[in-house]
Design a protein around this ligand. Structure first.
Ligand code: GDD
Ligand code: MN
Length: 377
């Protein structure tokens, strides 16, 4: 045999696959029992359409990703993205949409609360050029959210009002988690979208600033089949953060807002501890140091729960993070006590000195911790 110097002959053309028209992106977290059911429903609803489904799973403890991979083995229309070390509904949707080459992309929940039988109609609207974004809407005539309790329905409607008023969003149901968009339009907007939070549709509509042609299709929000909702009280905070970010044209980010919030609380904790310690007759310098330690621990735990909950440290990592937090902030603590002490030296006003020291420490803590403690993986 002669040495093969020429490049290998193209062995064969890629297998003939009819061009995909539609990709359905399904974010999942602990949905293993719902996934096979959803797949069967998509299969029935999308007959005659060249489609694929991408499940974007944030490393679910119930191993939803494993179930998806199993389905994918026997059905090439099924794909799985397993994300490790990340959490977030919006981020998962963005990643799934950008992983597809289909011209039209839908986002829907895994738990069968969204109505997959609307998908062909939604696709038709996009393909006919009547819309660039089709929203599955609970709040246009024909739609409903009967499965919502009155509290959640009230909250949803109130949030919708705020979004429409502040962000000039002209969509009846901008909080919907069910929509279909042209991928080329999405790719234009993607760099400006927030990966944190739950409200990706609101983000899309607000970011597009009225430049997307939107059509709403009514549907009834059903009841969840298996498992439970992942939306907790945090969703309110997420929502406010998104509105704030969009309202200020990204001047104020959600993380910044949470930083400031936790910082403010930390200051209160610090002053309260200082007050109590002084009441117990502790010397000022020691009292200030104790107060700083208490505030730092509180700040760490709260930031871990709120500010960085998408990169939340747990178990051993939590302890390591806390120790690292102490370590990188020990300089800040020294500066804190030093500043406070010198202020107190000149003017023995405990709260002024305490606040000056705490402020010094808090600014330092945030800067360093975002670099070293919760650094994105
Ligand atoms: N990958 C990933 N990561 N998926 C997630 C995460 C996450 O952090 N959190 C939730 N999900 C998945 C769930 O597994 C589910 O498939 C879907 O996102 C929606 O989450 P639910 O927990 O079922 O939310 P919900 O039913 O209370 O609210 C949904 O519907 C509302 C009405 O359309 C959400 O889509 C809301 O944004 C929407 O307003
Ligand atoms: Mn749900």
């Amino acid at each position: 045999m002669t040495e093969a110097s020429a490049p290998p002959k193209a062995s064969s053309a890629p297998p003939k696959a009819s061009a995909r028209q539609l990709c359905v992106v399904v974010p999942t977290f602990n949905e293993r029992d719902n996934v096979p059911r959803l797949l069967a429903k998509l299969d029935a609803a999308l007959a005659g359409i060249a489609w694929e489904v991408i499940f974007v799973d944030d490393n679910s403890p119930d191993k939803t990703w494993d179930v998806v991979r199993g389905l994918s083995q026997s059905d090439p229309r099924v794909r799985c993205i397993r994300r490790i070390g990340r959490r977030g509904l919006s981020g998962a949707c963005i990643e799934g949409i950008l992983a597809s080459s289909a011209p039209c992309v839908a986002v829907m929940d895994a738990d069968l609360q969204h109505d997959e039988t609307q998908l062909p109609k939604m696709l038709g609207l996009l393909q006919a050029g009547e819309a660039e974004l089709v929203v599955g809407s609970r709040y246009v005539s024909g739609g409903s959210a009967d499965s919502f309790g009155s509290t959640r329905l009230g909250g949803s409607l109130f949030a919708t009002k705020i979004a429409k008023g502040l962000l000039h969003v002209d969509v009846a149901d901008p909080m919907s988690g069910f929509f279909m968009i042209r991928r080329d339009r999405f790719e234009q907007l993607a760099p400006s979208l927030s990966v944190q939070g739950f409200k990706i549709l609101l983000d899309i509509v607000a970011t597009a600033g009225g430049k997307l042609r939107v059509v709403e299709v009514p549907y009834s929000f059903g009841t969840r089949l298996h498992g439970e909702s992942k939306l907790d009280s945090m969703v309110v905070l997420d929502f406010l953060g998104l509105v704030l970010a969009k309202f200020t044209h990204d001047l104020v980010s959600l993380r910044f807002l949470l930083f400031a919030l936790v910082g403010g609380l930390g200051l209160l904790v610090h002053l309260a501890t200082l007050y109590i310690a002084l009441g117990f007759g502790v010397q000022f310098a020691e009292a200030q140091a104790i107060a700083a330690l208490v505030a730092m621990t509180g700040n760490f735990l709260l930031n871990n729960r709120l500010t960085y909950r998408d990169q939340r440290l747990r178990g051993g990592a939590l302890l390591r993070g806390l120790l690292l937090f102490y370590l990188v902030c020990s300089v800040g603590l020294l500066a804190n006590v030093g500043v406070a002490f010198s202020v107190y030296d000149q003017q023995p006003v405990w709260w002024l000195a305490g606040a000056a020291g705490a402020l010094m420490g808090v600014v330092w803590n945030y800067g360093i911790s975002s670099l070293f403690v919760w650094r994105a993986k």
